[in-house]
Design a protein around this ligand. Structure first.
Ligand SMILES: [Zn+2]
Length: 99
């Protein structure tokens, strides 16, 4: 973990409503499991930060995009994160810990 991330995590930890969840990101079209993501806090998944991707499953990184094997574009590679295409994916998950 880089120092800036560690600092951000500590800031999160000081807020009682922030928690983490392990999400399984799936293709909305074919339901293929794409990756597991350690999400911080509440709210929608608009971005997936690469540093918090727990495990890559069947997603394919190609030409600046992250794709499902069925061809659906799931997100756009922005360097440190993927900007997600809202309608292209679904997710399920569980809360893993209160920070
Ligand atoms: Zn798919």
């Amino acid at each position: 973990m880089i120092p800036a991330e560690a600092h951000a995590a500590r800031l999160f930890a000081n807020h009682p409503h922030h928690r983490t969840a392990m999400l399984t990101i799936r293709c909305a079209r074919c339901k293929t499991k794409l990756w597991k993501y350690n999400k911080l806090g509440k709210g929608e998944v608009l971005r997936c930060h690469k540093a918090r991707i727990e495990r890559m499953l069947d997603a394919i990184a190609e030409n600046g995009k992250i794709l499902c094997p069925c061809g659906e574009t799931i997100g756009f590679d922005k360097g440190t994160f993927y900007r997600m295409v809202r309608k292209a994916f679904v997710y399920s998950g569980e809360k893993v810990a209160k920070l």
